[in-house]
Design a binder for this molecule. Structure first.
Ligand code: PXL
Length: 276
């Protein structure tokens, strides 16, 4: 049976992040992707590529969720950019109504290129309604600083402290993405399941073509869970998947470059096969 999995997120028409990243990643994992679009992110080339987020009406979000859940159960769910407060409430309503398991909460608070954070009340509601039912949450350094209440995180020890605090909010696991912001030679993420801290290290690639990396990582974890992997194995495979996507990133236009979601299967594994 092909696992059916859902993303509730924003649309990134430029194709790197959001719903587009999620569905491409789900496909690469051999799962069947469903979507509920919460908002549209548009970018203006005439305004130095500034981002605008336009939310969909709650009614339309509700209709999409009704469509999605009308069929057989879904093996996993990812939430990304959620827009309106009522969208967060709806997400929780459907999670409860259908007893949804394997929930990945990517606590998206801003897009790269925007300094506009999600409204504080949005973060508060996500903490109240989504983190307590999350299998795992995947904040970046900034989001982890906000969720934990610790502010700026600069070291691995800071990340460990933040991970402990975030777990107190209810998710079963957390992975904090150190990414490029952490001042280390390697790209380091920290995984914590309440028992032990696990540092995930990768080469830091000299590329700015990394738009969509965060969404892709969370989508890969979701698809791993949907495929029946353990949380830890899903995170470890997702790290490899996103590393390949970043390494094979591509220029999209003069303003930005994206990760390539197909890289792990279509570049990395193919290259290995060609060598044999
Ligand atoms: O990377 C955060 C993000 C999430 N969701 C959508 C986005 C972005 C950033 O551009 O467009 C839809």
């Amino acid at each position: 049976m092909i696992p059916k999995i859902l993303t509730i997120a924003g649309s990134d028409s430029s194709g790197g992040a959001g719903i587009q990243a999620d569905l491409k990643t789900f496909q690469e994992y051999g799962t069947f992707g469903f979507s509920t679009i919460t908002s549209f992110v548009t970018m203006d080339a005439d305004e130095n590529w500034s981002h605008t987020v336009t939310s969909l009406s709650t009614d339309l979000v509700d209709k999409q969720l009704k469509t999605v859940y009308a069929g057989a159960p879904l093996q996993a769910l990812k939430t990304g950019m959620l827009g309106e407060l009522d969208t967060i409430r709806l997400a929780r309503k459907y999670i409860d109504m259908y007893n949804q398991k394997n929930i990945v909460v990517d606590p998206v608070m801003a897009c790269k290129g925007t300094s506009e954070l999600l409204q504080p009340e949005n973060v508060a509601l996500m903490k109240e309604l989504l983190l307590p039912v999350a299998t795992i949450t995947t904040p970046n350094l900034i989001e982890a600083g906000i969720l934990s209440g610790l502010g700026e995180l600069a070291t691995i020890d800071d990340m460990k402290q933040a991970a402990s605090r975030i777990l107190e909010l209810g998710p079963k696991n957390v992975v904090i993405k150190g990414g490029k912001r952490l001042n280390t030679d390697k790209a380091i993420d920290l995984f914590y399941d309440g028992d032990a801290f696990l540092l995930l290290e990768n080469e830091k690639f000299e590329t700015d073509y990394n738009h969509g990396a965060g969404c892709t990582f969370a989508a890969a974890i979701t698809a791993g869970l949907g495929n029946g992997l353990s949380v830890k194995d899903s995170v470890l495979l997702a790290k490899k998947f996103v590393a390949a996507a970043i390494k094979n990133g591509l220029e999209i236009n003069p303003f930005l470059g994206h990760v390539w979601h197909g890289a792990y299967n279509q570049a990395e594994l193919r290259l290995k096969k060609e060598k044999n």
